[in-house]
Design a protein around this ligand. Sequence first.
Ligand code: ADP
Length: 699
Amino acid sequence: MRLAGARGRAFFDQSPLSILVFGADGYAIDANPAAERLWKSSRDKLREYNILRDARLESKGVLTHIRRAFEGEHTAAPPALLDRPDAGSEARPGWYEIQAYPVRDSRGTVCEVVVTFQDVSDRRQSEQERAGLLERAEQARDNAEDAGSRQAFLAEAGAVLVSSLDYQTTLASVARLAVPRIADWCAVDLLEEDGSLRRLAVAHADQAKSDVAWELSHRYPPGPDDVIPRVLRTGRPETAADISEDMLRRSARDPEHFRMIQDLGLCSYMVLPLVARGRILGAITFATAESGRRFGPIDLSVATDLAHRAAMAVDNARLYGNVMRERAAAQAALQALAESEERFRSLSTCSPVGKLMADVEGRCTYTNPRCQSICGFGEQEALGDGWTCFIHPADREAVVESWRQLVRTGGEFSRQFRFQRPDGSVRWVHMRSAPMLSSRGEPMGHAATFEDITESRLAEEELRRYNEDLQRFAYVASHDLKEPLRMVSTYTQMLAKRYSGRLDADADEFIGFVVDGVKRMRALIDDLLAYSRLINQRGETAGPADCEAVLDWVLLNLQVAIGESGAEIEREPLPVVPVDRVQIGQLLQNLIGNAIKYRGKEPPRIRIGARRNGAEWVFSVADNGIGIDPAYWERIFGVFKRLHGKEYPGTGIGLAICKKIVESHGGRIWVESQPGRGATFRFTLPALRETVADTAAKP
Ligand code: ADP
């Protein structure tokens, strides 16, 4: 190259550009010092270098440009990364901008080509840095936009989630909202109380696809090792950025299942637990398919946020539901209570029985109208202790005292007493009270009923007086009748003695009748007298009597009858009882006497015994006589009640006397018998107190 004079040479030598000059054959013919530095080679050495055969430049696509310069074109190759041409140990690749200028001779033929290498590595680096910054800025902008839309999505989802307490519908709308902004698919599954899994929602932009998903979840409910049950167990989210065919194959139950899930074309999934207050409520699943997106950390964080909000919504809705249910139950209970109170009041208002309610301290809180009308107080007057002021002064102290005692001890109360009403009239009441307990057994107060027994009390009183008069009359009559009867008897006996056989046969017979009648009348009067004596001694008990000794005495009295009838007497040991010995004697004598009297064809066999039964003795007198039809077992104990005529003499008072004696000591008397098969009379009498204690002490 012929450079234009010394200035040209100086410019060539001092140029910071590496300049190489090539001959038309491609061999270097000149190189400036920058090129020598670049090549770490001398100008002479460089003459062996042929640029048109440089494989490196060829491979970087630079040589095409240079060739074009050899053909007469000024070319500039785009910056290329080249090893430094010297390729020495310090060689490092650098970015070079290469330009090639053809130099023509006077005929216009390209005779030389000047190639400049400009090291643009630094510029290139700063350009790359700028590009990187730009990219990051763009990414940042995209991210900001994404974050903004994520925030907007979460805000929207959050608003939907708190908008209603119907969490099932709400979760379905949130799943729809997530598609396609977060995922192509979204499904929500909730854990039921029995631990089973219920698919609540499946959303996909294409309804036909969500139908397939529903069908899938029905046909192939998840097994324990599937992702969702696993997430529910561990409470940890599970994600797969890339769903491989192998994964699908492993999770498919059968070829049909595999085909169905493969058709969904899933790429990536995330399954997150729905956790609220430490409890796993269900799971939310996101998946991508046709969008081809792969889930990354940012998606997971959005999904986590959404899952958290959804879980809170479900939890809140359930809590609210529980509170509402409890409130409804409480309201129903209150309503029922109000109705029952109303029923109680209306029943109580028209009740024919007086009612009084008192609190736990015995203070009256309520009386019904009937109670007020019986006792003579007004509703207000009765409250507190007011009702006690209306009790008859003669009864008040005792009633109030026993009412207080009842309140202290919590027992039951049953008492008859009088109320004196403000108009001066007196009413007898039977007051009964029992403590009221709540369903938990706690005392709530006392409920009392008042029965107006004035009429029956008066009737009883009258009857008692009437009975007393009758008894007195019976006694006086029988007592006073004895005297004239004795006279009739004496004179009839004299008549019989003196005139028997001296008058005609009729007269003898008549005299016989009179004597007999007088005898029977005496027996009757004696029995009547004994009976009315008994009545007048009611409630008095004397004794104790040793029944062994009493029986000895009775058998002595009955000696003649026993002898005549040939009766056999069998006796068991008898106790000592707190009963007057005359009365127990009368009792035994009547029963044994009857056993002899009402004998059958056989001579009488009579067994007398007693056995202990708790606090009483059960005596028995058994015979082998004619017996009694069960129809008469009760009746024979009434006064003058007889089953026979003259063939068995008697007054019909004996058993009535027995009953009176037994009952006046709190006992019972009864008979067990069949006609022709004998009779067993049993009666009870109290045991001696000491004996009761002794017996009770025995194991
Ligand atoms: P009575 O003076 O007639 O014997 P009781 O009052 O002693 O009066 O007896 C009432 C009736 O009970 C008797 O008339 C008799 O018919 C029946 N009776 C009493 N004891 C016996 C007995 N041991 N066997 C069969 N009948 C009896």
